[in-house]
Ligand binder design. Structure first.
Ligand code: ZN
Length: 299
């Protein structure tokens, strides 16, 4: 199935549900950043979460940044996702590998570390992003974002994300977000019912691996609660806005002296985009042109 995001409602609009398949996105990130197994799982989970959080924003240019900084060997994780269905991200130490945890699963919690913070920045496109921070609960990412939604956004929510990565790469990645909106949140039996069903869910990745589609997973959870699948399916993909021109812009800001030094010592400059791993090479001629521009501007 192509990477996609779908939306649904239940309980007369009192429940909002979003699901995302991000298998290709996680695989592209794995290849671009040469991620280990556990780093693939950590970044893949966070990228799914970014797309799910961005999906509830209103203005077309809205974006969400998720930064996770624990005390584990993976270092920090940064993901940038948009309502437009684009996402990119990286981890500080992509090569870190750890033995499986007690359940035999990739130990994302240990790789991220439990001591630290989750930062979420929402940029609605007006130029005044708002951010909030919560302490990490487990470093497993899904729990941490569920806690963020409950404390910072005060919406009873469940965010479940999963990635399955084997020797041949990522074979399943995705997530679901279920939120009980204010008008239904007073209905405690509804909230409890949802909580117990989500707790019973055998995990999201196994369902995807079994070949269950997002509508089938929503049916399992919300089928008897007036589930309505919204017709629009949104395609989602890994995308980074970096370009050679932007790299030249950044080099230009270093100033003439530094640029001359680069021409003399290295006969050019190399820059790697953190977000997507793309490598840009500027040769001596490119740098000389920047110096010409700087001189022309200073006259
Ligand atoms: Zn890039």
């Amino acid at each position: 199935m192509a990477d996609q995001l779908i939306r649904a409602t239940a309980a007369d609009g009192g429940i909002r549900a979003v699901g995302v398949i991000s298998t290709r996105i996680a695989e592209e990130a794995r290849q671009r950043h040469k991620l280990s197994y556990v780093a693939t799982a950590a970044l893949g989970r966070t990228m799914s979460a970014g797309l799910l959080l961005a999906s509830s924003m209103k203005r077309a240019e809205s974006r969400v940044n998720i930064r996770i900084k624990g005390n584990g060997p993976l270092g920090g994780i940064l993901v940038d996702a948009g309502l437009d269905g684009t996402v990119r991200g990286y981890v500080d130490n992509p090569g870190v590998e750890l033995p499986p945890n007690k359940q035999g699963k990739l130990d994302v919690g240990k790789a991220v570390g439990r001591d630290g913070y989750l930062y979420v920045v929402r940029d609605v496109g007006y130029g005044y992003p708002y951010s909030s921070t919560v302490e990490l609960m487990s470093g497993e990412i899904g729990d941490d974002l569920t806690n963020y939604l409950a404390t910072s956004e005060q919406t009873p929510s469940a965010l479940i994300v999963g990635v399955f990565v084997g020797a041949e790469g990522v074979t399943a990645s995705g997530g679901i977000l279920i939120q009980v909106l204010p008008k239904a949140a007073r209905d405690e039996t509804l909230v409890e019912l949802l909580e117990s069903r989500i707790a019973k869910l055998s995990g999201f990745t196994p369902l995807l691996q079994e070949g269950k589609t997002l509508p089938e997973i929503f049916q399992l959870l919300l089928g008897d609660l007036g589930l309505v699948m919204l017709p629009d399916i949104q395609m989602v993909h890994f995308h980074c806005g970096c370009s050679f021109d932007r790299v030249l812009g950044a080099l230009k800001m270093l100033g003439e002296e530094e640029l001359l030094d680069m021409i003399e010592k290295d006969e050019g400059a190399e820059a790697t985009c953190h977000f997507c791993g793309e490598v840009y090479q500027a040769n001596s001629d490119d740098l000389a042109k920047l110096i010409d521009d700087l001189r022309a501007e200073s006259v």
